[in-house]
Design a protein around this ligand. Structure first.
Ligand SMILES: *Cc1c(COP(=O)(O)O)cnc(C)c1O
Length: 230
């Protein structure tokens, strides 16, 4: 039989620790985000019981349905939005999430700036970069990243903490991680959100500060009815 989610969480943590050691980095330099999308609250509660406090969801609506009750039981949870954001969901997203990894167009930057001001909340913000320039994927193109970061800062007064990417599924992710690191470095951004179940060890080698790990902890997800719409 399969291990439970608690055991799988410990294995992922151990692998992350080993990857940090290999990369010559401190274990605390890389944060694990347990990606709980599609999994019900009962399963998430097992991972909370095993000690994890940092979680990722890719849909605002789904997170709004699951997390307020869990948060009452575990007030020190840190919740990350890792899926695409529509500007009409900015209000809910700012209220619910401690970090948003998918800032990728002027309308979203504007809507987030307005809501952060209105609610007096400041989730940690990441700009998503479409490092593979895939037409179906969200994110700014690599060559547009510098200008978009400047717009976020100068036009909307946003503090961007770092960059996020999802490399193309069928490619070696390492060049994508390297590209993201390069764009972050030249823009003096400290955080890199990159690496998933299949490639987080490589991401750590390239400087990830957040890895987003779902199936290696929670198991295989049921297939989604639609593509990653928010
Ligand atoms: C689902 C998802 C993950 C986790 O993927 P796994 O391969 O299950 O680890 C990471 N990042 C994003 C943006 C996701 O949507």
């Amino acid at each position: 039989m399969d291990d439970g989610v608690g055991e799988r969480l410990q294995s992922v943590r151990a692998a992350l620790g080993t990857a940090c050691l290999k990369a010559g980095r401190e274990a605390g330099d890389v944060r694990l985000i347990a990606v709980s999308k599609t999994f019900p609250a009962e399963v998430i509660a097992e991972v909370l019981e095993a000690g994890e406090r940092c979680f990722g969801e890719n849909r605002v609506q789904e997170a709004a349905a699951k997390w307020p009750a869990l948060r009452e039981r575990y007030p020190d949870v840190e919740l990350h939005l890792i899926g695409p954001l529509q500007s009409n969901k900015a209000r809910e997203a700012v209220a619910l999430f401690d970090a948003i990894h998918t800032v990728d167009r002027p309308r979203i930057a504007e809507a987030l700036a307005a809501e952060m001001e209105r609610q007096g909340r400041a989730p940690k913000l990441f700009v998503q970069v479409n490092t593979g320039a895939e037409p179906q994927k969200a994110g700014v193109l690599p060559e547009e990243a510098d200008a978009f970061l400047a717009l976020c800062r100068e036009e909307h007064g946003l503090t961007i903490a770092g960059l996020m990417c999802i490399p193309p599924a069928d490619e070696n992710p390492s060049p994508h991680f390297a590209l993201l690191e390069k764009i972050a470095r030249r823009n003096a951004l400290p955080e890199l959100s990159m690496g998933m179940s299949g490639d987080f060890e490589a991401a750590v080698m390239f400087g990830a500060t957040y890895v987003r790990v779902g199936s290696a902890i929670f198991g295989t997800r049921p297939p989604l009815p639609t593509a990653e719409a928010g």
